[in-house]
Every structure is written in structure tokens, then in C-alpha cells.
Design a protein around this ligand. Structure first.
Ligand SMILES: NC(=O)c1ccc[n+]([C@@H]2O[C@H](COP(=O)([O-])OP(=O)(O)OC[C@H]3O[C@@H](n4cnc5c(N)ncnc54)[C@H](O)[C@@H]3O)[C@@H](O)[C@H]2O)c1
Length: 430
């Protein structure tokens, strides 16, 4: 596995747990050192036990030595990052191409080079060209095997995926990969073999579709707020239609994370390159970018535009629960904006303080949700961690007038009103 991040580490550990010998490679010396000392660089439930177990069994190794790791492997998975290019919308593939160059210089016998990273259509063709600079066509096959795991559920998702997509026209590679995945296929995962370009596009289309579902229900929530309707009823009412499905229909803040924002942008660039206007996805991106402004506007309304010196608490700042990933989290837009307007921000996150907020004055990490709530006038529930689902606000408020803005609809409006609390939420009448 080349790139030992959320995808490479989880996939590497899970493959080793299935009985394979795995080397996880990363250029980050500190990360490899940490892993070799039994410390896990990311927060992912269940990961630590699995790493320690397989490391002790010697089926799992961590290394900085890409060359020898490639030489000693039959299948090479590229799992490096493909972030948005600085100042643009397209995917920055520099990490992919760098790794492809290094692989090309290290191949000694036939290898399957698999891209697990999310890469735009035709990237496999480019990787193939890079490899051809140093080795003959007979010595390798480039395959696309996009990853669909979700942070926070990554181990379960890896072992019980809805489907495994293998993009290759090479029979030998298909057979070897089907064999590698056979323990997962035998547990019920569907295995599909398509062309390499189709596999690349399946990943982007999936993410764009899921992002569309989220933005769709968020816009319906806006309408619900104006028409005295509970958006949760709409989610249930439409989600029960099997053609629609109930997942990814929970209204909330703007979607974030390391995938949806960058992948929606990148696929529209691919569309433009191939002279195809992906207007629906473009409109989803606009809708999502506007979402944080809309929620901020609501915060101002709730505070009657008195933001200066207002003590605001954020419960959770990551883009979703059960991860420490801050990439494109909506808190990164909202907290700096409120701080700029003079609010005093306290935040608590179960995965600890975040360096992203160090440079803002008036933004402080508080080490418990209780203290965070007690120090604040407005409590914003930003992330849906379980530990925020049963808070006794009444007791913590101690008769002080405080306001709750629940951006995840974790509480019942009626129950909160019955308790005499000032409670606002998403897509529900106040
Ligand atoms: N995070 C997710 O939930 C998720 C899910 C599905 C797909 N993906 C895709 O998988 C890819 C990886 O995502 P991630 O979240 O794991 O990224 P990440 O940033 O957590 O990890 C990438 C790792 O690659 C390493 N790396 C970069 N260049 C290297 C090189 N030359 N040699 C060795 N290591 C190198 C980095 O040091 C880093 O540790 C992306 O394309 C992403 O879109 C991510």
C-alpha cells in the first residue's frame, strides 16, 4: 500500500487481517515511526487493535522504502492523496504521478498497479504511460479499484462493502484481484469488473450523487423552515420509496470531508475537458458553498445580530462524527467568520483540539462538553457524536438564559420546548 492515510492504512490493515502479507509505505517518516511504535496517527474506531494484532503477527509492516516494498510485492495499491489543486477545481495528481514514476523505477517482475485513490477518468492511461518510460508492457498492468469506505465506519465498510469495483480489461489482473477479495465476496459483497475508465467514473459519480442527495434535502429543509413543516418527516416520507432510499437524506450543515467537496469539483472539470456540462453537479457545489452562509445568517438572526462578545460554543468541529478529519469541515468556515465578527468561540471535540483554529483569536478549545456549554451563551451542535445526544441541558444551564442551535436535529423540538429551553434546529419550525 503506497500512502498510509485513512484509505491506505485501513485497507492495508484489513488485507493483512485476511491473511495477506502487507507493507504500508509512506513518505512521512514520522508517521511510519509512530506506526512502528504501535501509535496510530488517525482516529478510526477499531483500527488500533487491528494494527497491533497484525503487526505482532508480522503480516503487517510499515516502511519508508518504496523501492524495496514494490520489489517485494505482487500487487501495489496507490493510496496517496488527490486534493483539489491550489486556486482551482481540478484534482491535483502530483502525488499519483510521483509515486507512478518511483514504481516504474522499481518494478523487477510482473506487478499489478492498482489505483485506490480517487482519480479522474483517464488517469489510469497516464499512469500506464509513466510506467512505460521505464518498463515494458508485459511487466505490469494498471487497474482501477476505487475505494468507497467511510471514515468512522472504515473497517466495517472495508470488510462488508456493497460492491467491489475492478476496472481492468486484463484477465490475469482481474483473476488475481478477485482472488484477493474472495473472503469479502464470500461474505456477500458484489464484485463487478468493468473498464478502467468506467471504474474511475463510478467513484466520482457515486460521490457526486451522494453529495446531490445531501444538498437536495438541505434545500428542502430551507423550505420546511418557511412552511412550518418538519424536514425529518420529509426524509422519512421520501426515503421509504425504494427508488430513492433513506440514506444521506438527513438535513444539516454543508457537506464536508476529504471527498465530496473535492470530488464534485474535480468531476465538473473532467466534464469541461470532455466538453460536457455537468450542470446538476455544478449547481450542487454552489448550493453547498452557500450552505454555511445560510446557517451563519440563521445564527445572526437567533442572536438578534448581537454577535460581538457573544460566547458561542461548538460541540464537535470535524465534518462528521467518529473521525478526527477536519478537511473541508463547515466549522472551518463558520468559526473564523464568527470570530471575525467579535464572538468568543469555545469548542469541544471528542478527538481533541485542532491546529486549524490556532491562528484565530477568541477561539479556545475546552476539554469537556460540560465546561464548554457552561462557558457559553449559544450552544451550536455541529457534529453528531453520540456523546452529544443525551445532554441534560436544563441542569447545565442552571437557570441561565442560553440558546441551543442544533445543526444535526439530535433532539426533539417538542421535548426541548417542554423543558423551557430556547432551541433551534434545521428544517423544523421553532
Ligand atoms: N478518506 C476517505 O474517506 C476516502 C474514501 C475513499 C477514497 N478516498 C481517496 O483515497 C485517496 C487517499 O485519501 P486519504 O484520505 O487516505 O488521504 P491521506 O491524506 O489521509 O493519506 C495519503 C497518504 O499518502 C502519503 N503520500 C503522499 N505522497 C507519497 C509518496 N510519494 N510516497 C509515499 N506516501 C505518500 C501521505 O504522506 C499520506 O500519509 C484520495 O484520493 C481520496 O480521495 C478517501
Amino acid at each position: 500500500m503506497i500512502g498510509t492515510g485513512y484509505v491506505g492504512l485501513v485497507s492495508g490493515v484489513c488485507f493483512s487481517d485476511l491473511g495477506n502479507d502487507v507493507i504500508c509505505v509512506d513518505k512521512d517518516l514520522n508517521k511510519i515511526k509512530q506506526l512502528n511504535n504501535g501509535n496510530i496517527p488517525i482516529y478510526e474506531p477499531g483500527l488500533e487493535e487491528l494494527v497491533i494484532k497484525n503487526f505482532k503477527n508480522k503480516r503487517l509492516k510499515f516502511s519508508n522504502d518504496l523501492k524495496n516494498s514494490v520489489k517485494n510485492s505482487d500487487i501495489i495499491f496507490i493510496c496517496v492523496g488527490t486534493p483539489t489543486k491550489k486556486g482551482g477545481s481540478s484534482a491535483d495528481l502530483s502525488q499519483i504521478y510521483k509515486v507512478a514514476n518511483e514504481i516504474g523505477k522499481s518494478i523487477n517482475k510482473f506487478k499489478i498497479v492498482v489505483t485506490k485513490s480517487t482519480v479522474p477518468v483517464t488517469s489510469g492511461d497516464k499512469i500506464e504511460k509513466i510506467l512505460l518510460k521505464n518498463i515494458s508492457k508485459k511487466k505490469f498492468s494498471v487497474v482501477s479499484n476505487p475505494e468507497f469506505l467511510r471514515e468512522g465506519e472504515a473497517i466495517r465498510d472495508f470488510n462488508y462493502p456493497d460492491r467491489i469495483v475492478i476496472g481492468t480489461e486484463n484477465k490475469r489482473s482481474n483473476k488475481m484481484l478477485k482472488n484477493l477479495y474472495s473472503p469479502i465476496i464470500s461474505k456477500g459483497a458484489k464484485y463487478i469488473n468493468v473498464s478502467r475508465r468506467a471504474a474511475e467514473l463510478i467513484k466520482y459519480s457515486s460521490n457526486a450523487f451522494l453529495a446531490t442527495k445531501i444538498s437536495f434535502i438541505n434545500e428542502i429543509a430551507n423550505l420546511c423552515e418557511k412552511t412550518n413543516i418538519n424536514v425529518d418527516d420529509i426524509s422519512i416520507g421520501i426515503g421509504l420509496d425504494q427508488r430513492i432510499g433513506s440514506r444521506f437524506l438527513r438535513a444539516g450543515p454543508a457537506y464536508g470531508g476529504s471527498c465530496f467537496p473535492k470530488d464534485t469539483k474535480a468531476i465538473t472539470v473532467t466534464g469541461d475537458i470532455f466538453k460536457t456540462n455537468l450542470s446538476i453537479i455544478k449547481s450542487v457545489i454552489r448550493s453547498n458553498e452557500n450552505r454555511s452562509n445560510l446557517l451563519l445568517k440563521r445564527v445572526y438572526e437567533i442572536c438578534k445580530n448581537k454577535i460581538k462578545k457573544k460566547r458561542i460554543c461548538f460541540l464537535g468541529v470535524t465534518f462528521k462524527a467518529n473521525t478526527d478529519d477536519m478537511r473541508d469541515s463547515s466549522s472551518l468556515k463558520m468559526i473564523p467568520e464568527l470570530s471575525k465578527k467579535g464572538a468568543i468561540i469555545n469548542y469541544y471535540d471528542p478527538t481533541g483540539p485542532k491546529k486549524e483554529f490556532n491562528r484565530y483569536k477568541n477561539v479556545e478549545y475546552i476539554d469537556s462538553s460540560k465546561n464548554c456549554i457552561q462557558k457559553s451563551d449559544l450552544i451550536i451542535i455541529h457534529t453528531e457524536w453520540n456523546e452529544f445526544k443525551s445532554i441534560n441541558f436544563k441542569k447545565l444551564f442552571k437557570n441561565k438564559k442560553k440558546i441551543i442551535y442544533d445543526m444535526r436535529n439530535l433532539y426533539s423540538t417538542k421535548k426541548m420546548k417542554d423543558l423551557g429551553l430556547r432551541y433551534f434546529s434545521i428544517g423544523r419550525s421553532d
